[in-house]
Design a protein around this ligand. Structure first.
Ligand SMILES: C[S@@+](CC[C@H](N)C(=O)[O-])C[C@H]1O[C@@H](n2cnc3c(N)ncnc32)[C@H](O)[C@@H]1O
Length: 393
């Protein structure tokens, strides 16, 4: 099978982590972009990526790249692609686009011309015309048009991969599943120590931690992807790819996952979401103020994702919460690596700990930070020098 460029998209801030994922799964990294990583492979490789990738949103398989200066040129070049080989004439097509071109003021126009070129070509070749519309649950084509260069992709994911399917009960401000996975991968937690998530909300971080700890591919939770609606899709080959991924799943975790929240409804939702993801038995849930969260001896990772607040009154209250988070980390989490994920850097300062690392992320378009704190057991000054074979905390 022919290898072509594949672009795995992701939110800004995540490409460095996504790149490591691709290397881990044996894919070459051809380029790192601001919101994605470029690799290459066959359509079957694109299926594997959809199954395995934790931090990517869409796996885009390149069909054609060409120059176009206006929408008529776009139509002609898109209509020259052999769409009848990919999109079923009795199927349903959705076209999405990202357009940065001075001749196109409304990207919906480019989307429409691209869609017309595809369905007109299929009608000319087969006598039938697929239906089209905004639903992304069947064949999806993505047009990327920047200046005079157009890239036309099969979107092999369809619905974004962030929609794992387990979050049936989202609450107030849930973290996107892919972002939660990126945060956990950034902490380096691998399932062998304790992962603590006070203020767990709908449980996204704890659930993603369980999937990572078990080495369970997130795509195993989904039963629909864009590639399933491309002509020639083999369900028996897809079953084999899934079975291979299942063989790598650990039977249990050697570490522990603890998730608490002060809101009983949040913990109930988190528990149900975890059950849908099949990992409820791996997470120790509790209803309590974050400061009462049990912190077992032995060290590990503690991740806090408090609200960031928008209105003045909220901010004043949150200042107290952030100061208490600092106290909790300093007094109760010694020997752990502490992390704070927040979209408000002013509030983060109230924690009064010096971050060892600060990583930029975006959550629903808001610029956020993941701050890492090393919480030494014993003051740093009194720390004994590491002897060979000692385990760093
Ligand atoms: C931004 S949400 C966390 C979202 C979560 N990461 C998710 O993906 O759903 C913050 C959570 O902190 C909880 N919370 C607020 N104050 C708390 C406190 N004092 N102790 C424990 N939890 C608290 C809220 O109930 C809310 O669920």
């Amino acid at each position: 099978m022919r290898k072509v460029p594949i672009l795995v998209t992701c939110p800004k801030g995540i490409p460095a982590i996504l790149k490591q994922e691709l290397i881990l799964y044996g894919f070459p990294v051809l380029a790192e972009r601001i919101a994605g990583v470029e690799t290459e492979g066959t359509l079957e490789d694109a299926q594997r990526l959809n199954l395995l990738v934790r931090t990517g949103h869409r796996v885009l398989f390149l069909l054609a790249e060409f120059k176009a200066n206006n929408s008529d040129e776009l139509y002609r070049r898109v209509a020259a692609i052999d769409w009848e080989a990919y999109v079923p004439e009795d199927g349903y097509l959705c076209v999405t686009s990202t357009v940065v071109n001075p001749t196109i003021t409304d990207s919906r126009y480019a989307t429409l011309r691209c869609k017309d070129a595809i369905v007109d070509r299929i009608r000319d070749k087969t006598g039938r015309r697929p239906d089209s519309g905004p639903e992304r649950d069947r064949s999806v084509v993505h047009l990327y048009w920047k200046d005079d260069t157009c890239s036309v992709y099969l979107d092999t994911s369809g619905e974004p991969l962030s929609r794992r399917g387990y979050r049936k009960i989202p609450l107030g401000a849930p973290m996107q599943e892919t972002l939660a996975a990126a945060v956990i991968l950034a902490t380096g937690w691998d399932g062998s120590s304790v992962f603590i998530n006070p203020m767990c909300g709908s449980g996204t971080l704890a659930i993603e931690a369980a999937l990572i700890g078990l080495n369970r591919a997130p795509g195993l939770l989904r039963n629909n992807f864009g590639f399933m609606h491309i002509k020639g899709f083999s369900s028996s080959r897809w079953r084999e790819i899934r079975e291979k991924a299942k063989q790598g799943i650990e039977k249990s975790l050697s570490g522990r996952i603890i998730a608490t929240d002060i809101d009983p409804a949040a913990v109930e939702a988190a528990r149900k979401n975890a059950a849908t993801a099949g990992v409820e038995h791996l997470i120790e849930f509790g209803v309590c103020d974050f400061a009462e969260t049990p912190v077992p001896d032995g060290g590990g990772v503690v991740v806090m994702n408090p609200e960031y607040g928008e209105r003045m009154g909220e901010i004043a209250k949150l200042e107290v919460t952030y100061k208490r988070i600092g106290d909790f980390l300093k007094q109760k989490c010694l020997g752990y690596r502490g992390y704070l994920f927040t979209g408000n850097s002013g509030l983060a300062k109230k924690v009064s700990l010096k971050p060892k690392r600060t990583l930029p992320f975006f959550n629903s378009g808001i610029e956020c930070r993941l701050l890492e704190y090393e919480l030494y057991a014993g003051s740093k000054k009194n720390k004994k020098p590491k002897s060979a074979g000692s385990t760093p905390v």
